[in-house]
Design a protein around this ligand. Sequence first.
Ligand SMILES: [Zn+2]
Length: 270
Amino acid sequence: MKKKLLFILVLLAPLTCSYGQSKRGGGLNIFSLQQDIELGKKVSAEIDSKPQEYPQLPETGRDGKNEQAYAYLRGIVDRILNSGKVTYRKEFPWRVKIIHDDKTLNAFCVPGGYIYVYTGLIKFLDTEDQLAGVLGHEIAHADKRHSTRSMTKQYGQQMLVDVVLGRNQGALTQLAQGLLSLNYSREHEREADQFSVDYLCGTPYRSDGAAGFFQKMLEGQPGGRTPAFLSTHPNPQNRVQAITAKAKADGCNLNNFAAARYAYFKGLMP
Ligand SMILES: [Zn+2]
């Protein structure tokens, strides 16, 4: 009996660390860092298994255009990751994929740093700074572990204990499947916006790049395309103001970086 209790306490030890850590980031998180990575891996495999729903642009092909497109995109992601502000820069795998779907104006990031960007969004934006702003926002969702925090709140710690202790591998797969339809709370959206500014402030990009994206969303989409990003990311008006206010208050760069290059990147899209 005593032995069993000790065993449970040992298992709970990493959870206690996770609690302490999550208090600093806002919202409890019962999951371990390793489980964020594991969940992300599962979701990423789920996405890979649905090429009709998520038609990924191959990393090679079209006479090298795909390689160039990925090199460009990875360049942006790396500048953000190397800003010195990303907490799990080294721990998470940080992958980026392009989804070939011009009708969808969206980008998303699953736990562990698997980032997905739609060609619809790339073509819709005008500058690399705007794309960097959106990527910063998505990277923040992963880095601040918003998905596992949301799941901790939604499903309750009691129900998740088995999953977290690794006693129910099937449940983890189920959680991974539900994760793609999980919406972030307003608080997490606000936090991701703020960290987008924070991350970009440590790069050559204009730190309010995300505001440029929301501004464009407000101005409307050509051809009445559905802005998928807005259904999961509400309230653009207030967000433009909050992003710009933080960038100014922090004294970050507000000039566009390498504005001319973005046309080259768009030209590489299929
Ligand atoms: Zn978001």
